[in-house]
Design a protein around this ligand. Structure first.
Ligand code: HEM
Length: 368
């Protein structure tokens, strides 16, 4: 949250404690109201906590538990297997496209990471092919924006456009009757009425926004880290089945989400040796926790062969990432096909995004 003072929790043990504590919550309306009144949160923040904007990320158990189960029960093994197969074949098609590109240089973000991520999330939800181009612009505005009044304006404009878009889709029989995650959620919600129509639209938009930029960033970061170090590239090329281990280590070493969205303390809480008073905004630094030397041996080194596998890049506790398996599947398919087909590619230039959501803006490689 640029320009806003929050308590930043940095040690591995304190981050896990805070993420699993009932005294650190995402929805504490009275704390938010007080902080806005005191000028410590922008007034625009109220908008994020309206009833219509309720979603997984801004509710706490037990309300959150009910909403989350609406989604998880639709993430069936059958749907996940079908999606995984689409991801593997989609990645192969995109990597072949990289081989066919006319010039010697290719931007891996534009040619592989983003299209794969858009395909995965839009397939899962059943978004028509023709509409998918717009999603990237919305994802950029929402996941990367938010800093200062202009950033907030861009975020709310994108949210309003998505709202209109999903409103239209909800009226479209082809969308609501399909065999997709979204159609399943819509049908189940028609019976349970857990969500109002505005909340349903918010939920669909949240799924897109949580899964698009993040997963693309993971793929891009993994490729960049490996191409920067010939020993890492040689290790992966010696056995492509190590891709899983490389991805796990990428999430620990430089995962896309650097710190969690803010929580608010419900009562005084001691973290480490510090007492944070009630009503304060708190954010957990996943990056710092994932580099905590008391948890990870030689924590500043990228070591895919490390034995500790307890990284916090997908969060922890009630809000643990729902799309972790999808993100891993995308990154694995991308790495395996890319390094399988282009073992000799060279890194030309990587431009990193300066934001809470970390990853390459562009990743230029020479493929021949
Ligand atoms: C590498 C890629 C990804 C990373 C690093 C990531 C990271 C995270 C993190 C840290 C959280 C917890 C936030 C918190 O505690 O406040 C989270 C939650 C979530 N993620 Fe992901 N995510 C990724 C990909 C995805 C994908 C592909 C999807 C969907 C297809 C997704 C859907 C969600 C959802 C729905 C939540 C909210 C869960 C809840 O609040 O119950 N994520 N993610």
């Amino acid at each position: 949250m640029p320009g806003i003072k929050v308590w930043l929790v940095t040690r591995y043990s304190d981050v896990t404690h805070a993420l699993t504590s009932p005294y650190v919550a995402v929805r504490v309306p009275e704390a938010v109201a007080d902080l806005i009144d005191a000028g410590r949160l922008p007034a625009a923040y109220r908008e994020a906590f309206t009833e219509d904007r309720k979603n997984l990320l801004n509710t706490d158990p037990p309300e959150h538990t009910a909403l989350r189960s609406e989604i998880t029960k639709q993430l069936t093994a059958q749907r996940m297997t079908a999606l995984h197969e689409r991801i593997v074949s989609g990645a192969l098609r995109l990597v072949r496209g990289v081989s066919d590109s006319p010039g010697p240089s290719v931007d891996i973000m534009q040619e592989l990471a983003y299209p794969l991520s858009i395909m995965a999330i839009c397939d899962l939800l059943g978004v028509p092919e023709a509409d998918r181009g717009t999603f990237l612009g919305w994802a950029h505005a929402i996941s990367v924006g938010g800093g200062g009044p202009e950033g907030y304006q861009a975020v709310f404009a994108a949210m309003a456009e998505m709202d209109t878009y999903f409103g239209r889709l909800l009226e479209d029989k082809k969308f609501t009757d399909g065999d997709t995650l979204a159609a399943g959620i819509i049908r189940s919600n028609a019976e349970s009425s857990s969500m109002t129509v505005p909340q349903l639209k918010t939920m669909l938009a949240m799924l897109v926004m949580s899964g698009l930029e993040t997963a693309a960033s993971l793929t891009g970061t993994a490729v960049a880290v490996i191409l920067r170090d010939p020993r890492l590239r040689d290790l992966l090329l010696s056995d492509l089945s190590l891709a899983d281990a490389f991805i796990e280590e990428t999430i620990r070493f430089a995962g896309p989400v650097t710190f969690t969205p803010p929580r608010f303390t419900r009562s005084d809480i001691e973290l480490g040796s510090v007492v944070i008073p009630a009503g304060e905004p708190v954010s957990m630094s996943l990056w710092s926790a994932n580099r905590d030397p008391s948890q990870f041996h030689e924590s500043a080194s990228f070591n895919p062969m490390r034995s500790e596998r307890s990284q916090l890049g997908f969060g922890r506790g009630a809000h643990y990432c729902l799309g972790a398996a999808i993100a891993r599947s995308e990154a694995k398919a991308a790495l395996t096909h890319l390094f399988g087909l282009h073992p000799a590619m060279e890194l030309e230039q990587v431009v990193w995004r300066d934001s809470n959501l970390r990853g390459p803006v562009s990743l230029s490689v020479a493929v021949r």
